[in-house]
Design a protein around this ligand. Structure first.
Ligand code: UTP
Length: 294
């Protein structure tokens, strides 16, 4: 049996306007918002690396400099830290630059997630690739969420959408998949027959929402090129995936892990509290403080 190409490259779209997080996002991407002391994008890059990804392309906009600088070496800062006896901190800062091979491309206008992914076409070439949304953080105590999707890809050899069950009354906020049969609690992956963007609660085909993780096959680019702009002139990834679905089977992977929507204020606050409660240096103080304010 011919071997399938390995998923080695990942795309992190981070060029959205972040309107839900204005005014902070007026001058910085929401992906740089820190969870305690570490930018969200750092955790996302780490998840990709732990999942076996070798090269990462971040789709940016004119606010990109903070991300480029973050994954680069800052000699002056390191020197100053060393001079003031903070060698450990200097090493920590230095190590970030060697986390991964990170590349950047600019999306010149925010024309939607589909358009952002199309900007990765020449970087990806003719290989399957991963997409991790820059504002969707997933914490998994076992296998990283993306690794779970890659395993599903290795099994099914087709586009995989990462899903989790959401509250029925909240399906209108998400892209919702239509499973080909009843999904059993034991099914890690299941075939899908449709994928609808933000359905009305009464029309939703299931409660399984696509949450920021995908493995896409390279024919998606040709579909994205044929996708007509929808609301606000945006090119929707959902429309291109639905075109793929007409040609072959697609699967959903029910990934495990706690997912946080960092682009949403409440999601961001939850992540900050949960991360602080897990930190040995902060947990006691935060717990004590929360007891006082509630
Ligand atoms: P979102 O819809 O969550 O991001 O897109 P947004 O448009 O920045 O959010 P709001 O609604 O205005 O607050 C999901 C992901 O796709 C990226 C975003 O950066 C985010 O990671 N994206 C979205 C792009 O890269 N380009 C776009 O044109 C749109």
């Amino acid at each position: 049996m011919p071997s399938i190409p390995r998923v080695k490259k990942a795309v992190i779209p981070a060029a959205g306007l972040g309107t839900r997080f204005l005014p902070a996002t007026k001058s910085m991407p929401k992906e740089m918002l820190p969870i305690v002391d570490t930018p969200t994008i750092h955790f996302i890059v780490e998840e990709a690396i732990k999942s076996g990804i070798e090269d990462i392309l971040i789709i940016t906009n004119s606010n990109k400099h903070s991300m480029e600088n973050y994954f680069d070496i800052n000699f002056e800062l390191e020197q100053r830290l060393k001079e003031s006896g903070k060698k450990e901190l200097a090493d920590e800062v230095h190590q970030i630059a060697s986390l991964a091979n990170v590349f950047y491309v600019r999306q010149k206008e925010p024309k939607g997630l589909g358009h952002a992914i199309l900007c990765a076409k020449s970087f990806i070439g003719d290989e399957p690739f991963a997409v991790l949304l820059g504002d969707d953080l997933v914490v998994s105590e076992t296998k990283p969420a993306l690794r779970q999707l890659i395993s599903a890809y290795e099994d099914k050899k087709t586009t995989i959408l990462g899903v989790q069950k959401v509250k029925h009354e909240e399906v209108y906020k998400y892209g919702i998949v239509d499973p080909s049969k009843e999904v059993l609690p034991t099914d890690a992956n299941f075939k899908i027959v449709d994928f609808v963007e933000k359905p009305k609660v009464e029309d939703a085909p299931s409660d399984y929402a696509v949450l920021g993780r995908y493995i896409l096959t390279p024919d998606i680019f040709e579909k994205l090129e044929r996708t007509k702009p929808g609301i606000n002139g945006e090119i929707q990834l959902t429309d291109a995936i639905r075109m793929q679905m007409k040609e072959r089977s697609l699967y959903a992977c029910k990934f495990t892990g706690e997912r946080y929507d960092i682009g949403d204020k409440f999601g961001y606050i939850k992540a900050t509290i949960d991360f602080a409660l897990k930190r040995a240096d902060l947990s006691y103080k935060v717990r004590d403080y929360l007891k006082h304010v509630i």
